[in-house]
Ligand binder design. Structure first.
Ligand SMILES: [Zn+2]
Length: 261
């Protein structure tokens, strides 16, 4: 029952590794069921007025005031953030730490950070990959609202705001603001973030093993209509081992999974 009362039930089964997880006890099962119920998609937003980002007539990013669905469980490991469910502009995860992994760049940057639980799990995933002869580097983790805003604005200027929204998120709509996401890559694609990564041995290893460490490939090829984003074989999202394994086994998006409870 360690960690009961926060987001711990999703990590039941330990920090990964190759050992099969122990069967849940009856009480652990009900704790997990309660956690899933509390974090269901239908129960975790509130409608209120805020700043929304839209394409203007020059197809660049503009702002309007409108009613937005804000997530009410931003610190949960199961928080669902997408084009319909936003994080408040002031939300900063409470326990960001530098992930204990190698990065594709040198020097210190806020994007090396994740929430503590996710950072520790990523460290284990990288260690597991190394044991299997798979070389990974982390490219981009935590991103503040303001940072996402400047990234999206830059893409909107070069690609147009509508096209940019298929591969980059409006501020408030990026999973990177949760501190639970990390983009990873390998030398096989020169540490780029590109779809061909899914066909490399590293990308295949991630797809096969990420769930053992509590991560899902958040934006899958067959589910672009559900997630609103193109396939991103590099984008790992922490949800905890139990939920990650279930999502992988069922072949669901996080959207579809959290709609079941
Ligand atoms: Zn990403």
């Amino acid at each position: 029952m360690a960690g009961a009362g926060n987001d711990a039930p999703a990590q039941t089964g330990g920090g990964g590794g190759k050992k099969p997880s122990k069967p849940a006890t009856a009480s652990a099962r009900s704790e997990l069921q309660q956690f899933l119920y509390d974090n269901a998609a239908s129960r975790t937003t509130i409608q209120r007025e805020g700043t929304s980002y839209v394409a203007n007539d020059k197809d660049q990013l503009d702002t309007v005031k409108k009613t937005i669905a804000y997530v009410t469980n931003p610190t949960s490991t199961l928080v669902l953030v997408n084009k319909k469910r936003e994080l408040d502009s002031g939300y900063v995860p409470p326990d960001l730490v530098k992930a204990p992994v190698e990065f594709s760049f040198s020097g210190d940057s806020p994007k090396q950070q994740m929430r503590k639980v996710a950072a520790e799990a990523l460290g284990k995933l990288f260690a597991g990959a190394k044991e299997d002869g798979i070389e990974l580097k982390a490219v981009s983790g935590y991103r503040s609202y303001a940072s996402q805003q400047s990234i999206f604005n830059a893409y909107a200027k070069t690609h147009g705001a509508k096209e940019a929204n298929t591969f980059s998120a409006h501020p408030g709509q990026s999973e990177h603001q949760t501190g639970l996401a990390m983009d990873v890559s390998s030398s096989s694609v020169h540490y780029g973030l590109e779809q061909s990564y899914g066909g490399t041995k590293e990308g295949k290893w991630l797809a096969a093993h990420a769930a053992e460490y509590g991560f899902i490939i958040r934006y899958e090829k067959e589910h672009e209509d559900e997630t609103g984003y193109m396939y991103e074989p590099w984008h790992l999202r922490y949800v905890g081992v139990t939920v990650a394994k279930e999502i992988a086994q069922l072949g669901l998006t996080l959207e579809a999974y959290l709609a079941r409870f």
